[in-house]
Design a protein around this ligand. Sequence first.
Ligand code: SF4
Length: 206
Amino acid sequence: MPNEEKQTAAGDGLRVGVFICDCGLNIAGSVDTQAVTDYAATLPRVVCAVRNRYTCADPGQNEIKAAIREHNLNRVVVASCSPLMHEPTFRACIASEGLNPYLLEMANLREHCSWVHGGDKDGATAKAKDLVKSAAARAARLQAREETSMPVTQAALVVGGGVAGIQASLDLAGAGYQVYLVDKEPSIGGIMARLDKTFPTMDCAI
Ligand code: SF4
């Protein structure tokens, strides 16, 4: 079924663009990215599927921007690396074309697929298709979000007065925050409070 007909059949106005990154051979060396791109084009609501050599580079981002304009996309899926690395990059990219930056979904084809299935191209490609299918389905459920700022109480609650809680409290206090340290016991110290001596100095634990 042609993509435009699929879109009409979906009837919810969602127009998803999917961008599959080769990352040079980082992904394309272990995943058949063209096969994943061809598969992505068959998914519900996907009106455009593009394979990029380096999606985060300017040419790759320009392809996303051009596709948003050409296909009137309102959801974008980038199948590339960890969102930790480039989610802000792609949010800014789609925002520059007037899309809400939270209408972006990512599939991690590198850390979660190509890098861990290097010796199994068929298996990695099948998994990459599943990751893209999942991301496209999630994209259909995304809602636009607006960022707001609000004041927060400049204080911290630390639960547990063991060594970790005490140290966290000291660090927070040292950073200038009011700290409330609570413990279920009447005194702090946790396990350490029950020890007579501690290695290597054999000092009293408290
Ligand atoms: S978007 Fe990620 S996976 Fe693609 S080229 Fe850039 S670093 Fe590599």
